[in-house]
Design a protein around this ligand. Structure first.
Ligand code: 13P
Length: 255
């Protein structure tokens, strides 16, 4: 089956609210020709979400956040609920990015809580998995991916998968300029889809989009996106320049 490609930017802790409209409008302008052909998303710092949504109005660009909490409201200082994101107009949320796992105590269990809350609320959850270099070199790649999938997606149903995107981000390729080769990425994407098939059934697993993330750029996007199980990209650095981001989206449109 053919899955529509999805290219999402992860702005991380870059771009101020006052800079947001220009970047979103730049992306919208540069990707006009790909409207409807590729899902185009900018995931921004929570404080930029309203400005991003205002700037994206009437364009093909959709907006997401970079994290959400699993409780609807309450005494959780510093957190953002799914209801708040929806109320602002966000459609997507990144869950379990490796930087959250590395620096902010995110675990497979909290990934699961956040992912299920996001999906239940009606947001599309972009759930990130990926191994460190140490894990890969230590022969633990498969074990790590299986654990992140099985625990992170526990109790996610086949019906929930309509609101699920998975991002494979090898930690050693993030922000390093070192990209997984298309074959290395495809191998893990196939493993992710096979694992998902065991969780929700093969038919549903075929419908779920799996993005690659880690130093994806206009120059290497086409060869990655040509692979059978690579259905898009989660883009860090190259999402901060409209022209670079658009170059990746063009590659997705032509894949
Ligand atoms: P880079 O594209 O900067 O390597 O970042 C990838 C990433 O972490 C996207 O979530």
């Amino acid at each position: 089956m053919s899955r529509k490609k999805i290219i999402a930017g992860n702005w991380k802790m870059n771009v101020k609210p006052s800079e947001t409209a220009a970047l979103v409008k730049g992306v919208a302008e540069a990707t006009k020709d790909f409207a409807g052909k590729v899902d185009i998303v900018c995931c921004t710092p929570a404080i930029d979400v309203p400005a991003a949504i205002a700037a994206a109005a009437g364009t093909q660009v959709e907006v997401g956040a970079e994290n959400c909490h699993w409780k609807e409201s309450g005494a959780y200082t510093g957190e953002i609920s799914t209801g708040m994101l929806l109320d602002a107009g966000a459609k997507y949320v990144i869950i379990g990015h490796s930087e959250r796992r590395q620096y902010f105590g995110e675990t497979d269990e909290t990934v699961n809580l956040r992912a299920r809350a996001a999906i239940a609320a009606g947001l599309t959850a972009i759930v990130c998995v990926g191994e460190t270099l140490e894990e890969r070199d230590g022969g633990k790649l498969e074990e790590v991916i299986l654990r992140q999938m099985n625990v992170g997606l526990k109790d996610v149903t086949a019906a929930d998968c309509a609101k699920l995107v998975i991002a494979y981000e090898p930690v050693w390729a993030i922000g390093t300029g070192r990209t997984a080769t298309p074959d290395q990425a495809q191998e893990v994407h196939a493993l992710i889809r096979a694992t998902l098939a065991k969780l929700v059934g093969a038919e549903t697993a075929e419908t779920v989009r799996i993005q690659y993330g880690g130093s994806m750029k206009p120059g290497n996007a086409a060869e990655l996106l040509a692979k059978k199980d690579i259905d898009g990209g989660l883009i860090g650095g190259a999402a901060l320049k409209a022209a670079d981001f658009a170059g990746i989206i063009a590659a997705a449109a032509n894949a």
